[in-house]
Design a protein around this ligand. Structure first.
Ligand code: NAD
Length: 509
């Protein structure tokens, strides 16, 4: 398996106690290389069996209604809060991020479960719709029907918060869920799934299940009979997942990578902007889909901004000790991507005003700031996913907006300006934009999350996310018969002759 190959030269295939051969995969602590967990590397047949169990549970789960589901989701949320120290320690060990960051991730996860449990009924309850003059004898309604079984494939960078955005929303909307976590963080996922069952011992098996494995298990999930797939991961994998799902017309939500820009306008609070951007760029070792990877700063405030950013980053160091600013690179192969982006940018004229190639170690990367790389550099155009940021000098906000939008990604962004923040934010072509902050949208559970272009499509979180996990069923209910019935083969001839006049009367003015 990829994870094992990255960390140790070990044979990942083990024999089970029963003697039957079962493939396994290991997860490792990215700080020390120590083994964290051994899980099954499930084959396609086992993945399909899980979906069959989910199908059985889906009917029961849908029948619980919004109130019943809210009780189960609330019990789950309370269980996780009560056992928070366990999961915080596990996230730290398996993903590598410092415990306080893991705690923040848990908090945001629970906030989203809370919101979705409370609001699903309000958002998805059956709605009355107005009818028109031609259908005045009808009542009209729209119901929001769960798909049935939703498959969720997740990444490792926020092993709880990110997949939860799809899972909690899909569950609250009435679907059973089968979750295939990243091969880098299966133990965190297992704890999260087991927490649901522990918190709801009377509920039938199969409402929320896990399937473990690498890409093959993910591919198997796409073709196992699920009714919808929510994928979170890289754009490259997203393309493959879409192609697999297309074979059986499984609809998809795609939450993919980003190359988010921050714009620092001349009227910004420069110290506050530098503080937020330092966090947005380096937090979680830069392994954040909505992290800041590019900054566009107006020339008149550039020197002040660079000085403030350096001050912010001077004492920022990665490590495994308490108080470390961020952890190691969770996926060792990403270190090569970071190195190639940094070296390409420097070779092509970027000034490494903080750090440089020497900042890149075997497991940890110190903060790197690259000034004025060419716009075509990989460090500007492609997701770096490390603790690096480019800073580009611009002569106007117009130029900043143009450059910020000129990449294939469109996940999120940030704008720093005292007077024009909202106005500039509305010109950023991305799914979500923070004004005078970074990542604010991720903590507001009522906001949708999603991207455009290579960042994907569809939405999770908020009312839009709840709608994503249901399909509408339109209902037209005839309350009484009219003397003349337009929807009949026995329509009288005089009515047919009247239709052109009726059209002119109704629609020509
Ligand atoms: P990845 O694309 O390598 O893997 C994601 C998941 O897809 C894993 O579970 C993996 O096993 C599975 N997978 C791989 N190949 C597959 C295939 N052919 N068929 C089915 N499943 C397959 O991504 P990653 O490295 O785990 O995560 C990092 C990426 O995720 C970054 O690009 C990051 O920006 C993105 N991300 C996006 C969001 C968002 O909300 N938009 C959130 C977090 C992370």
């Amino acid at each position: 398996m990829t994870r094992a190959d990255d960390h140790v030269d070990a044979d990942a295939h083990k024999d089970t106690e029963a003697g039957a051969s079962e493939n396994t995969l290991e997860s490792y602590d990215p700080s020390s290389g120590a083994l964290v967990a051994v899980v099954a590397d499930m084959e396609a047949a086992a993945v399909s069996d899980t979906v069959v169990v989910a199908r059985g549970a889906a009917t029961w789960w849908a029948a619980q209604g919004f109130n019943g589901r809210r009780r189960h989701l609330t019990a789950w949320r309370k269980y996780m809060a009560a056992h928070s120290t366990e999961i915080i320690a596990l996230i730290h060990r398996e993903n590598g991020k410092p415990e306080p960051d893991a705690a923040l991730e848990l908090m945001l996860t629970l906030e989203h479960i809370s919101w979705t449990a409370k609001n699903a009924g309000k958002v998805l309850g059956s709605q009355r719709r107005r009818t028109g003059l031609l259908t005045a004898n009808f009542a009209a309604r729209v119901d929001h029907i769960p798909f049935g079984v939703v498959g969720v494939i997740g990444p490792w960078n926020y092993p709880l918060y990110t997949p939860n955005g799809s899972i909690a929303t899909a569950l609250a909307a009435g679907n059973a869920v089968v979750f295939k976590p990243s091969e880098y963080t299966p133990a965190v996922a297992q704890w999260y799934v087991e927490a649901f069952a522990r918190a709801n011992p009377a509920a039938p098996e199969g409402i929320l299940q896990i399937v473990t494995g690498g890409p093959a298990a993910g591919e198997a999930l796409c073709t196992s009979g699920i009714d919808k797939l929510a994928f979170t991961g890289s754009a490259k994998t997203g393309e493959k997942v879409m192609a697999t799902c297309a074979r059986s017309l499984v609809p998809v939500v795609m939450e993919l990578g980003g190359k988010d820009a921050a714009i620092v306008a001349a009227d910004a609070d420069i110290d506050a902007a530098a503080e937020s951007i330092a966090f947005g760029a380096m937090g979680n070792a830069g392994q954040t889909c909505v992290g800041i990877e590019r900054v566009y700063v107006e020339r008149v405030v550039r020197e002040r901004f660079l000085a403030a950013l350096r001050r912010e980053l001077d004492n920022v160091t990665p490590g495994d000790r308490p108080g470390a600013s961020y952890g190691p690179m969770t996926m060792p192969s990403q270190i090569d991507v970071v190195r190639s982006h940094v070296s390409d940018a420097i070779e092509r004229g970027a000034d490494p005003v903080l750090g440089g190639l020497d900042s890149i170690g075997d497991r940890y990367i110190e903060p790197i700031v690259l000034l004025d790389p060419p716009h075509s550099a990989a460090a500007v155009q492609e997701e770096t996913f490390g603790p690096t940021v480019t800073v580009t000098t611009v002569d106007s906000v117009d130029e900043a907006v143009e450059l910020a939008n000129d990449v294939r990604y469109g996940l999120a962004g940030a704008v720093f300006s005292r007077r024009h923040g909202l106005e500039i934010a509305r010109r950023i072509d991305a799914g979500q934009v923070s004004v005078n902050s970074v990542l604010g949208f991720a903590a507001i559970a009522s906001l949708p999350l999603g991207g455009r272009g290579a960042s994907g499509f569809g939405r999770i979180h908020g009312p839009e996310g709840l709608h994503e996990f249901t399909r509408p069923r339109a209902l037209a209910i005839q309350r009484f018969a009219l003397p003349v019935n337009l929807l009949s083969l026995r329509r009288p001839g005089w009515l047919d002759r009247l239709l052109p006049r009726l059209i002119r009367w109704l629609y020509s003015h």
